[in-house]
Design a protein around this ligand. Structure first.
Ligand SMILES: *Cc1c(COP(=O)(O)O)cnc(C)c1O
Length: 222
């Protein structure tokens, strides 16, 4: 199948409240344009260097999501144009995004990343770490970051029971934060979970954003 048909076959079955992030990491501009011409507007990249290399040559109405682990010293390169930073995993990073957003006269949407997988290699906060951030004076003084929800990655496994359990954990974390800190925020409403191999389960467990690479663009280029 080609990119166009891959994309449409995913979109056709997507519930209305779920957004598709086309993960274009390692893929050239021509593949991105193929998806763009099929109507896709939200793309995800996980390396700052790759994103800043591609972005100037692609249409302005693309919404770029940063989905990888973000180093604080690199925020400045994407702050002028990034639409959503998916993986905030520390107060330090949040402060830096705020600082760079302010410099660019913008407010940047972000998600808090949670560690829900069994692998220790994956990044992310625990619920108590997130609560500490949200209760801190530092956080309260932040004006140029808009937290719009949570993000997580499941364990890389064939055990779909485990994957489902992890997605359920993330959905519960979302609900607790919503109740405790964001009850009055209409913006805090996203649960970003689900990739090519597990997005059906993620949607059943409440995902509002799926991040799909392989099922749209094929196997990744090395
Ligand atoms: C690569 C990546 C994806 C997409 O993975 P696929 O299995 O190719 O769909 C989703 N989320 C994150 C954070 C990624 O790094």
């Amino acid at each position: 199948m080609d990119i166009h048909s891959n994309l449409l076959s995913i979109l056709n079955k997507l519930p209305e409240n779920v957004k598709l992030i086309a993960v274009s990491k390692t893929k050239p501009g021509k593949d991105i344009m193929e998806a763009y011409n099929a109507g896709q507007r939200i793309f995800g990249e996980n390396k700052v260097q790759d994103l800043v290399a591609k972005q100037p040559f692609l249409p302005d109405d693309i919404k770029w999501h940063f989905i990888g682990h973000m180093q604080t010293n690199k925020v400045k390169y994407i702050a002028p144009f990034i639409s959503l930073i998916q993986a905030i995993d520390s107060l330090k990073l949040l402060r830096e995004v705020n600082k760079q957003a302010l410099k660019n006269n913008r407010t940047i949407d972000c998600l808090l990343q949670f560690h829900i997988a069994e692998e220790s290699s994956k990044f992310g906060l625990s619920l108590s770490e997130a609560s500490d951030i949200l209760m801190s004076e530092d956080y309260k003084s932040i004006r140029n970051v808009n937290l719009v929800g949570v993000m997580g990655m499941s364990t890389f496994t064939d055990d779909m029971q485990l994957v489902r359990k992890e997605f359920r954990t993330l959905a519960n974390i979302y609900s607790q934060l919503k109740n405790e800190f964001f009850a009055n925020s209409d913006d805090f409403r996203e649960i970003s979970m689900g990739m090519s191999g597990d997005y059906h389960i993620a949607i059943e467990e409440g995902s509002t954003m799926i991040r799909i690479g392989t099922s749209i663009f094929g196997e990744r280029n090395k």
